[in-house]
Design a protein around this ligand. Sequence first.
Ligand code: IPE
Ligand code: IPE
Ligand code: MG
Length: 240
Amino acid sequence: MTQGAIPHHVAIVMDGNGRWATRRYLPRVAGHKKGMDALRACLRHCDERGVKVLTVFAFSSENWNRPPEEVSGLMELLALALAREVPQLKNEGVRVKFVGDRAALSEKVRAGLAHAEADTAGNTRLVFNVCFNYGGRWDIAQAAAALAARGEAITEQSLDGALALAHVPAPDLIIRTGGERRLSNFLLWQAAYSELYFTDKLWPEFDGAALDEALADYAARERRFGRTSEQLAPPARRAA
Ligand code: IPE
Ligand code: IPE
Ligand code: MG
């Protein structure tokens, strides 16, 4: 019944930073800072467990609607991460990719993203996708527009190859922290057969033990991809 497998690709909606901060009478941005610490630890833990691709939702297409000071705080955190975290990730063999619409980001941040990607492009230990100004609908629309501009037929395969995450297989496991049970425009296309795991833990509290719980839950699932259980089971041993 159990597959006992470690997911190749884990994707995470890192939700609950704001509530974590508010409960401590701190500004919301303090929660995002703490969330970055949790992400650093989570990436290392994923690597230790043998996960090969980690994709995180850091800023959604809809997060522009937040108060301006929170939006600018998040932009500053991205710039800080580019300066402080990327050199470390490079040394650890992590290939960093940014996924999302860059047009709305400042020239400086765009240059930072491109530099981080080029600098880590040769790394093979783990692929780390940071979804920033990302929305699943944006991705499907930009993929379709790219195919149309090239005069290519739109098929499941061609669309799949034109998506911003075409460099990795679909996520095996999608985790959402913070108690909400929704995707909020994350990986709409790629989530077709992902296992979904929801936890009430707020993102800054999501530690190694919490990740292990999610991995254990995943390992006990049966992924059928439309088939029956019997088709998946190994042939039954014949009675002697
Ligand atoms: C998720 O935490 C991080 C981002 C959306 C950038 P939230 O900021 O949404 O935290 P809550 O949901 O308000 O607690
Ligand atoms: C999803 O969280 C986006 C990120 C984690 C970056 P939100 O907090 O923005 O989602 P909703 O608004 O509760 O659906
Ligand atoms: Mg939220």
